[in-house]
Design a protein around this ligand. Structure first.
Ligand SMILES: Nc1ncnc2c1ncn2[C@@H]1O[C@H](COP(=O)(O)OP(=O)(O)OP(=O)(O)O)[C@@H](O)[C@H]1O
Length: 567
């Protein structure tokens, strides 16, 4: 595959460089080719590639080595910001930097400090404020004096106990590089992938290298910046870095992924964002794709349309993209009902979460006589877990025998009530089952659990019962189908994927369906319009051949993004 002229220039140019890459423009390839070019065209010097996750760093290392050859392995480093900063701290403290606390430990120390302060500011808010402050490299100060005191107490404790939290790794490396107590890694080139996602501390870390003569290459797409809630700087960060280093700015405008009409709609949408780098995005493909808009009366109609379309027998690969996991749950249940295999990306299956697993657990017990589902349901129905565990250890046999053994002992009224309800329930469910009335059994189990569930979970139990009741097959067959994760726990069946818009970044599919495109949901009220527009843009640019965008009348007005995209 030949590089296009834009890619060629991005690979071969020298000095500090910021590469603004449109979706599907081959940025990982350009980054690895550029790294290989720098290594091969110089006899000396180490190169370090940095990114946000360990998997991405490993992938990048492999791609670079494929391009430059294994013989250069000693001249290449790749890691996350934090792993590289930690390496610096280790080198500068002869292998003994402060011990890194785990998440739970950090939480406990912070909570201690919060309790001591007796403030009105809720603990979660204090955590968020401190996280936000620690994503800045400068002096930390809080508007609220009680939060300031909590922070000072927390920092004091970490110092005296010679420990640090995750944010301290980069902060300590940055401050140490500034005052000369921490040396930079001995590298000649630094390459940063997904640079739109860096926060202010990561930016300062990069700039420190740049100021010390390391050549910095940033690759990113400000239009795909989705993490401002994690303090990512997006376009502002890319601009600041380019300005500070006087970097050469290049774009990769050619998209190899999407049909031109799909790309055109996405491009019309994203230009509505006022704060972005101008990129003259172009489609490499010339064959038009399918671009459809669907508006159904209700969400249930929308979900049914999605499920029946993606279920149609074909080799076609589909991704259903949703703004939230809750909206994707509705499609998951509809697919279960139709016995269509699927994979969830970016969230757990509803059958693996508390509500789904307690419901399925009782059905499994009914199918095979096992106890675990009953024990879990007892705890869900607020029976004391210590008692349930003790009874699980000391009793044996079929669940009915174990319930009988339990009922033979004395209990307080509420526990006896739950044990009796379950026992009577099982007897009646078994009778219904013998008459092939599985939907009724599913409904009755849901009803029993609803009696102990918070109000918000009641419709979820009803939907689970409807989905399970509608599925074909015997009870063990249905339980087995769902337990296998709708057939594809191990990702074996990737034909239908249910993906949150955030998790869709970096992926591509033949056919994409973006659902729930109503005002309030997309754009979502929890975020800014610009960030939501980027989210929609990322979703749209995942589609190679076909893009369907749907909404339900009952859920509100159609998203403003459709009009903006001219569709
Ligand atoms: N010069 C080229 N000629 C033909 N195809 C190319 C070229 N460069 C990249 N591609 C193809 O373009 C597709 C998109 O590339 P890639 O997945 O690396 O995009 P990306 O820039 O990382 O996208 P995104 O940011 O949207 O995740 C890949 O299938 C890749 O093989």
């Amino acid at each position: 595959m030949q590089l296009n002229p834009f890619q060629e220039r991005a690979v071969r140019s020298s000095g500090h460089c910021t590469i603004l890459a449109c979706p599907g423009s081959g940025k990982t390839r350009v980054l690895s080719e550029r790294a290989a070019h720098l290594i091969k065209s110089h006899e000396l010097g180490r190169l370090c590639a940095v990114t946000f996750t360990r998997d991405a760093a490993n992938e990048l290392r492999t791609r670079i080595l494929e391009s430059c050859g294994q013989e250069h392995i000693r001249r290449l480093g790749a890691g996350t910001f934090h792993s590289l900063a930690l390496e610096q701290l280790k080198r500068s403290s002869r292998g003994r930097p402060p011990r890194l606390m785990g998440d739970g430990e950090r939480w406990a120390v912070l909570r201690r400090c919060w309790q001591e302060e007796e403030t009105d500011v809720p603990f979660d808010d204090v955590c968020k404020l401190i996280d936000k402050a620690k994503s800045q490299p400068g002096h930390i100060a809080f508007a609220d004096v009680s939060v300031q005191r909590i922070y000072e107490r927390y920092s004091g404790l970490l110092h005296s106990e010679q420990v640090m939290d995750f944010s301290d790794i980069l902060l300590n490396a940055v401050h140490g590089m500034q005052d000369g107590s921490v040396s930079p890694l001995p590298i000649r080139w630094l390459l940063v992938d997904e640079a739109q996602d860096m926060d202010a501390v990561q930016l300062e870390w990069i700039l420190n290298y740049g100021r010390k003569g390391v050549e910095v290459t940033l690759v990113g797409d400000d239009d795909q910046s989705l993490y401002s809630f994690r303090h990512a700087l997006g376009y502002g960060g890319l601009q600041e870095a380019s300005l500070a280093l006087s970097s050469l700015e290049l774009t990769l405008p050619v998209n190899y992924r999407c049909a031109p009409n799909i790309l055109g709609a996405a491009a019309r949408l994203i230009v509505k964002n006022p704060h972005r780098a101008h990129k003259n995005i172009q489609a490499a493909k010339s064959t038009m794709g399918v671009l459809e808009v669907q508006r159904t009366p209700t969400r249930a109609d929308e979900v049914s349309m999605i499920a029946h379309t993606v279920a149609a027998p074909s080799e076609q690969q589909w991704a259903v993209l949703g703004r939230t996991n809750t909206i994707l749950d509705t499609v998951e249940l509809a697919l279960t009902k139709l016995a269509v295999g699927y994979t969830r990306v970016g969230g757990k299956s509803i059958w693996d979460r508390a509500v789904g697993s307690v419901f399925l657990g009782l059905l499994r017990s009914l199918a095979d006589g096992s106890w675990t589902g009953v024990a879990n349901a007892l705890v869900f129905c607020r029976v004391d877990a210590t008692w349930v565990n003790e009874h699980s250890r000391t009793s044996e046999g079929h669940y009915l025998d174990r319930l009988d053994q339990a009922l033979a002992a004395p209990h307080d009224e509420s526990r006896r009530k739950v044990l009796t309800a379950l026992r009577e329930g099982f007897i009646s469910w078994a009778t219904q089952l013998s008459k092939d009335r599985l939907p009724l059994v599913a409904e009755a189990i849901a009803d029993l659990l609803c009696g102990y569930a918070p109000t918000a979970q009641v419709p979820v139990f009803k939907a689970l019962a409807d989905s399970f009741g509608g599925l074909r097959g015997s009870l063990p067959q249905r339980v087995d189908f769902i337990s296998r994760g709708g057939s594809s726990k191990n990702g074996a069946d990737l034909r239908v994927q249910l993906v949150t818009l955030h998790s869709s970044k970096g992926l591509e599919f033949d056919n994409v369906w973006i659902m729930g495109c109503e005002e309030g949901n997309l754009p979502h009220t929890d975020s800014t319009e610009e960030e939501e527009r980027r989210l929609m843009y990322v979703g749209m640019t995942r589609a190679k051949q076909r893009l369907v965008i749907s909404s339900a009348l009952q859920e509100g007005a159609e998203s403003r993004f459709l009009e903006e995209a001219g569709i």
